[in-house]
Write a protein that binds this ligand. Structure first.
Ligand SMILES: Cc1cc2nc3c(=O)[nH]c(=O)nc-3n(C[C@H](O)[C@H](O)[C@H](O)COP(=O)(O)O)c2cc1C
Length: 339
C-alpha cells in the first residue's frame, strides 16, 4: 500500500505530503482502517514501569498535536509519542522549513515547534480511543526567554500529567534558540530539580507516578554525554531518549538542501546516535532505560540500537522513507536478535 502511495507523496512538497499523510492516517484511524494490514507480532517489554506490546514506537514531531493517535497505534507501533507541544500555540518558522535529501534517506527540518498549544493537544488525546502507551513531549515557546524555560516545562508537565503514560522533556531541538543549553551544567540541574519536585507533587495529587524521559541531542562529546547522563540519573529521572536531530552534515555535504539550516535526521545520523546510546549505556549500566532514535531505516538498524543498550526504539525518518512495513520489520529483527 505504501509502495503505491510513496511516489505520489514524494512528488508533493515535503510539508504538503506530511500534512496529507497525517490527515490520511488520522482518518484511517477514526474509521478503524489502519488495523487492517499485517501487524507486528507481540514482543512485550516493561520499561519505566510501563507495559509495551512491542519496543518500536513513533518518535516525537510527526504528530505534534495528537491528531492521528489512533491511526498510528493501528499501524502497529508499540507506543506513540506526540508533541513537541508548547504551552501556547505558535506558528513555527517560516516555510519552507522541511527538506527531503532522498539520495541519503535523510531529512533536514527547522520546523520550530509549530503546534496548536497544549490545550488543543489535550482535547485530541481525550477524543482518542487509544489505550496503549502514549508519550507526550513538552517544550518551551519561542517567545519565552531561555532563562524562564523552566516555567514553560512546568506548565506542560502540569497540563499533560493526567493524560500521558510518560512525559518527554525536549531540551534538544536545534530549532528553538538556546534550547540545547539546557542540556548542560547548572541550567540542566535546576531544570531537572524543578521537574522532579513537581513530578512528586503531581504523583500525590493524581495518585499515579508518571515517568519523565529527557531527550538529548547527538551533538555532544563523550564527556558531555557522561555528565548529562549522571545529572539525569542523579536527579531521579526515569529514562533518556537518544537522540534528536544533528546539526552536523557528515555524509550529505554535497547533496541538494544540505546547506539548509536545521536538524538532520535519517540514515546520516544513525552512527552518531548509536554512539550516544553506547556511551550512555556504559555510564548508566542498566540503571536508567534508554530509548533510541536516529537513523533506523531497517530491522537491522533497530536491532543495532538494542544491542548498543537501548530498551526501546523510535522511528521518524525511516517511517517516511519505508512506511509502516518498517514497524513490523523492526519488531521482527529485535525478536530475532533476542533468540
Ligand atoms: C520533521 C521533523 C520534526 C521533528 N520534530 C520533533 C519534535 O517536535 N520534538 C522532538 O523531540 N523531536 C522531533 N524530531 C526528531 C525525531 O523525533 C527524532 O528524534 C530524530 O528525527 C531522529 O530520528 P530519525 O532519524 O528516525 O528521524 C523531528 C524530526 C523531524 C524529521
Amino acid at each position: 500500500m505504501y509502495d503505491a502511495l510513496r511516489p505520489l507523496l514524494f512528488k508533493m512538497s515535503p510539508e504538503g505530503s506530511h500534512d496529507l499523510a497525517l490527515d490520511l492516517i488520522g482518518a484511517a484511524g477514526r474509521l478503524g482502517l489502519t488495523g487492517l494490514g499485517r501487524r507486528p507480532g507481540r514482543l512485550p517489554v516493561q520499561v519505566m514501569g510501563l507495559e509495551f506490546p512491542n519496543p518500536v514506537g513513533l518518535a516525537a514531531g510527526l504528530d505534534k498535536n495528537g491528531a492521528a493517535i489512533d491511526g498510528f497505534a493501528g499501524l502497529g507501533f508499540g507506543f506513540v509519542e506526540i508533541g513537541t507541544v508548547t504551552p501556547r500555540p505558535q506558528p513555527g518558522n517560516p516555510k519552507p522549513r522541511l527538506f527531503r535529501l532522498e539520495q541519503a534517506d535523510a531529512i533536514i527540518n527547522r520546523m520550530g515547534f509549530n503546534n496548536a498549544g497544549v490545550d488543543a493537544l489535550i482535547d485530541r488525546v481525550k477524543a482518542a480511543r487509544f489505550q496503549g502507551v502514549l508519550g507526550i513531549n513538552i517544550g518551551k515557546n519561542a517567545s519565552t526567554p531561555v532563562e524562564r524555560a523552566v516555567d514553560d516545562y512546568l506548565i506542560g508537565l502540569d497540563r499533560v500529567y493526567a493524560h500521558a503514560s510518560y512525559i518527554t522533556v525536549n531540551v534538544s531541538s536545534p530549532n528553538t534558540p538556546g534550547l540545547r543549553s539546557l542540556q548542560f551544567g547548572d541550567a540542566l540541574k535546576s531544570l531537572l530539580e524543578a521537574l522532579r519536585q513537581r513530578q512528586e507533587d503531581l504523583a500525590v495529587q493524581h495518585g499515579r507516578r508518571v515517568p519523565i524521559a529527557i531527550k538529548i541531542a547527538p551533538d555532544m562529546t563523550d564527556e558531555e554525554i557522561v555528565l548529562t547522563a549522571q545529572a539525569i540519573r542523579d536527579a531521579g529521572m526515569d529514562a533518556i531518549i537518544a537522540t534528536n536531530t544533528t546539526l552536523g552534515r557528515e555524509g550529505v555535504e554535497n547533496l541538494p538542501y544540505a546547506a539548509e539550516a536545521g536538524g538532520l535526521s535519517g540514515a546520516p545520523v544513525r552512527e552518531k546516535s548509536t554512539h550516544v546510546v553506547r556511551v550512555l549505556a556504559g555510564e548508566l549500566g542498566g540503571r536508567l532505560p534508554i530509548i533510541a532514535a536516529g537513523g533506523i531505516l531497517s530491522g537491522e538498524d533497530a536491532a543495532e540500537k538494542i544491542a548498543a543498550g537501548a530498551s526501546l526504539v523510535q522511528l521518524y525518518s525511516g517511517f517516511i522513507y519505508r512506511g509502516p512495513a518498517l514497524i513490523r520489520e523492526a519488531v521482527d529483527a529485535i525478536a530475532a536478535a533476542r533468540r
